[in-house]
Design a binder for this molecule. Sequence first.
Ligand code: 0O2
Length: 230
Amino acid sequence: MISQQNKDVEIQSLFSQENTSDTMSFFHRYNRLMSYYRCAIMEIETKFNVLNEEFSLRFDRNPINSIKTRLKKPISIKEKLEKSGLPVTLTSIEENMHDVAGVRVVCSFEKDVYMLANALLKQDDIKLVRMKDYIENPKPNGYRSLHLIVEVPIFLAKEKKIMKVEIQLRTIAMDSWASLEHQLRYKKDFEFTEDMANELLACANLSRDLDFRMDELRKLVQIDDSEESL
Ligand code: 0O2
C-alpha cells in the first residue's frame, strides 16, 4: 500500500516545473484542485441520476445502464501536457486540460444516448465547450461514442468555481467494444497486429448492427418516451 507521504513525493516529482519551494502549499493546491474536479464529477453524475429517475417514473424503464467516473491520474496528466508541449503546472492543468474529470454514461439504446445528452445540455447551468459525435462519425478503428466537454459550476462555501468535465455517452455494445479494444491496444508484451485491428473493425461493425437491431426491437414495444414527451 502506498502511503500518503510517498504519493506526495511522487506527485511532487511529476510536477517539477511547478514552483515547489513551498511544498506544503503545492500539495494543498494540488489536492484542492483535484477535489474541485471530484465535486464537478459528483454534480454531473447527480444530474444523470436525476434524469434516469425521472425517466423511470414516467416511462417505467431506465435509459442508463451504468455510470462510471474517474479522475485522471497525476502521471497521465503530466504525460498529456508534455505531449502537447504545455507547461506541467497546476495553472496549465486548469487552463488546458478538459478531461481530468471524466464521466462515462452507458445506455441501453443509441436513442437514449442522444436523449440524455440533449436533456443535460438544456440545463441552464451547463455550458457545452465541445462535442464530438463518434457515433455519427466513427473513428477509422471502429470506435463509437458521443463525447461532450462541458463546464459545470460547483458551489463552495464562499465561491463558485466553473469546472470542465469530459462526458462519454455510449451503448452497452459500444462500451464492451471500447473496453476490449483498450485492453488489446495497451496490453504489455503483446504485439497489436494488423489482423487484430481488422478483426476489431469487423466487431465494431457487428456491434453497430446489434445496436440498430436492438433499436428496432425497442420500437416494437415502445411507449412514447421520446425526449419531447419528457
Ligand atoms: P482515458 O484514460 O480514457 O482518459 P483530447 O482529449 O481532446 O486531447 P482527443 O483524442 O481529441 O484528445 O479526445 P477524444 O477523441 O475526445 O478521446 C478522448 C477519450 O476517448 C480517450 O481518453 C478514451 O477514453 C476515449 N477514446 C477515444 N478514442 C478511442 C479509441 O479508439 N478506443 C478506445 N477504447 N477509447 C477511445 P484517453 O485520454 O485516451 O484515456
